[in-house]
Every structure is written in structure tokens, then in C-alpha cells.
Design a protein around this ligand. Sequence first.
Ligand code: 3UK
Length: 533
Amino acid sequence: MNYTAHVDLFVRENLPAKDLLPEFIFQTPELQFPKRLNAAAEMLDKAVVEGFGDRVAVIGKDVLWTYRDLQNNVNRLARILSEDMGLVPGNRVLLRGANTPWLAAGWLAVWKAGGVAVGTMPLLRAKELKQFIRLARISHALCEASLMEELELARCECSELTQVLSFGDSAFDRKLAGKPADFAAVDTAAEDPALIAFTSGTTGIPKGCIHFHRDVLAQCEVVCGYWLKPETDDVFIGTPPLAFTFGLGGLLCFPLWARACTVLLEKLAPPVLIKAIEQYCATICFTSPTGYRQMSGLASQYNIGSLRKCVSAGEALPVDTRNKWREATGIQIHDGIGGTEMIHIYVGSGPGDYREGALGKFLPGYHGMLVDERMCPVPAGQTGKLAVKGPTGCRYLADERQKSFVREGWNITGDAYHQDDDGYLYYHSRVDDLIVTSGYNVSGPEVEEVLLEHPAVAECGVIGTPDPDRGQLIKAFVVLRPGHAGDEAMVKSLQDFVKRKAAPYKYPRAVNFIDALPRTETGKLQRYKLKTL
Ligand code: 3UK
């Protein structure tokens, strides 16, 4: 094996076999990385060495940290992890918290200490946390004090999770105070895993996407260096959670890479965002199409003249939303399609190269084609599946589904497009049936699994239906057990049940009662038929 700083080799040993990996290409000078690389050292320690120590790095509620403050706090936290919690390089560390400066410090501390970070969204409950802990064999956790309850519930059933530190309370402050503010970054290999990002699959079992230290920096070079081109006086802001790679890049990695500043908001709602843009004079915004749509209606009430660039991703950006935002602010949105498997955006449109209705072109560093089922390129104008390769790509942690995402060295993202003669890509839809609602990915079977635990439910099928505000709406078709009535009270009971058992955004906003589900002869649920009911 090549050089590694990892002592715990679990992730390295559970990488896909070589012949199942996508091809990685590094064509430009900026994408030539050294063999040893630590993402936190590059983004943080180098910034201080370069003289940015006194510049503001992170702003949170009642908190303002310079690059030096951030470095000191990251170092103390890295010491707690390795000296008190016994972290050895390669161990997985679960991160759980709202977007705050301390959560950001957690990510960086894990990287500095050579750990593998596993971000989790604050809304997740014990059921989902348990899955991650088991799949990624997570031994350590950093959890915001106010969110400990569900983690403790999960921990009761997961013996692998032995070390949990809650942050943001007075006990944490005391621990920190006892630690010196220096810590030498572990000399990780560029190809040592830095994070496992979980993505919901269509089967309900989440897939863990492994990304290396090099990948963290490659996304910065491509998305920032070639596309967004931020400057040191930019102020980043937005709503994606740091646990979502869209947010990890946009609100942590990119601002630090650019030696700029990031504003972290705990509450991730559009009305909060637009107010904060005004308050902090933010210049670069990351949010979903739904976010821009809602903010368009509020823009006249705020002075958001500081904004220069806006990135939209996560789901398709309707032309109408793009137009409304441009009318409200004068800004042409950077639409970008990215994915957890690719870590960040690989196709996008900038204000300069926007073409009506098109998603955009491959960002420099990536290239690809549209193919049919047999991997043959389709002619211009015809719909095909996107096949893409570049400096980043898909590596599922011990998962058979690697074979369907990566074919012949290409990442097959599961999205259908057509391309015009000039190379602009036009997005159609996902090839499979993943529900994308308000920017969250939810799989039907995952919600079905929960509903089936309800005593009144005999059978159910969950799909997404188009919705102007949320992109898609989660709709459940339920067959009740005998003796139960399909009335309003039952709808509420089922919805409350899902909200209690899983992350609340997964509950079905529409519930229909039917006598039987459409099935094939082999017993498979026919989702496409549900969509026409
Ligand atoms: C869909 C889009 C149309 C598309 C993501 C930026 O969304 C991200 O990652 P996920 O793994 O989902 C990926 C899938 O979401 N999608 C994303 N962006 C767009 N559809 N237009 C878009 N602009 O189906 C894609 O395959 O949750 C986005 C950066 C990092 C990310 N993880």
C-alpha cells in the first residue's frame, strides 16, 4: 500500500476495488497536488502563515473569529480529540450540530488530527444516526450539547461509538481552557480519506461517499478557482448544512480557501438568510432554488446591495425563479449541479455564459457525455444519462451500488439531460425516483419503512409529486388494516408518526388511502403507476 498516515485502516480497506473506481483526471496545473496533503493545514494553517491571521474567518451568533482565533480553537479541539479521546488517524468522527463556528472548528479539527469526518444533519434522529454509526464504524462523536438526546439514544444500541464530546456548554469550555493552542497537523497522504458523506439511496440504506484530503482541495480549485472566483474580502453566507457537501464546500472550504470570511447561520430558513445578508453585508450566497424563490418576494424589504454572486444547487432552478431573483437583485444566479458522490459542482452556468433554460457546461477540470443504456453517446439534442469524470468521483464505502454509479471509469450521476450543439447541458430529471423536497433528498422506501411501523398501516408506497414551492412533495399511498378509517385524524396520526420516528422533513405532506397498491407479478411496487393516480 502507498504511504498513509492512517493507523485505523477501516475506510481505506473498504474502498471500492480498483476496477470499480472512476477514472480521476488532473489536467490543469492547479490540480497537480503533492503526495502529502492535509486539507485543514492548507485551508487554515497556510492562511495564518500567509499573514491572514488577523482577518475575520468565521462569524456566528455573538461570535467573530479571526483566522488565528479559528486556528487556536481548532488546535485545542484537535488536542482534546487525540489526547483525551484517544483518536488515532483514520478513526471516524461523527459531527452533529447546527451550522456554527464550533461545528466548523470540529470539521477542521478532525482533519488536522487525521480523522475521517462524518457529517450528520441536526434533524436526524437516533434511527438514522444508528445506521451511519454502524455502516462507518464510528468510534468518536462531537455533538452540540443541545442535540445530545438522539445521539445518546443511538449510542445505547451502538457499542462501536465509545467517545462522545458535547460542545457548546460550560464543561466543554473548561476542557478547552486546559489545552495549549498549538497542534501540528497530521501529515496525511493526499489520498487519505477525510470524510464520508452519506447520501440517501432509493433502497433506504444510505450510501457513504468517501472523499480524500485531495478531493476537498480539488473542489476548491474547480468551483472557486475556475468558476466562482471569490476574493479575500468576500463574505460567504447560505443555508445548506455543513453535513451536506454543498454546504461544506460553500460555507466552510471555499471561504477559507479564498482567505475570505464565512457567516454561519443556525437557523437555515430563507427569511433568516435574507435578513442576515443585510446584517453582515454578505457578498456570496449559497442556497437552493426554493431559497431564492422565497427571498425574491422579500427582497424589497431589505438592503441586500452587498450581494455580488449567488449559487443555486440541489435541485433544478426554474427559469421563473432565476428571473424573479434577477428582477429583485440584478443578479444572474450561478446554477450548478453537484452531488455527494462528486463532492461538489461539476456542471454550472456563470453570469457570463448563461443560456436560457440550460443548466450550463462542464466546469474546467471535468468533462463528460450523454449516454444511453449501453454507454453509447447519444447525438446532440437527444436525451441521455450524464457520464462525467474529473478530479473527484464516486467511492462508496463497502457498497455494491458502486457498480451502478461507476461504469467503464465514468460516474453515472443518475440524471437525464440533453445537450445542444454548443455544449450547453439542459437538465430533465433524475433517472430514478428519488424525491427532492425543499432541497432535501428523501427516498420513498425510507419513508415507507417508517409508515409500515404504524399499527394501522397494512401496505404503503411513497413517491414525489411536482410542487411549485418545494420542487416535489412527499405523497404516501396507504392501504389500511381492517378496522381503521382513512379520515383526517388518520392522516395526522400517520404524519406525526413519521415526524417522530425520522427527520421531520421526511413526513408525507399528502396522504391518500387506497384499497391495494399496484404491483408487478413478482410483487414489486410500481411507483410510476402511483404517479398517475
Ligand atoms: C440533483 C440538481 C438540477 C441532481 C449537491 C451541489 O445536490 C447535491 O447533492 P445530492 O447528492 O444530490 C445530487 C442530485 O441532486 N441536483 C443537484 N443540483 C441540481 N438538479 N439542477 C441542479 N442545479 O439529481 C443530482 O444528481 O444531494 C449539489 C453541491 C454538492 C452537492 N452534494
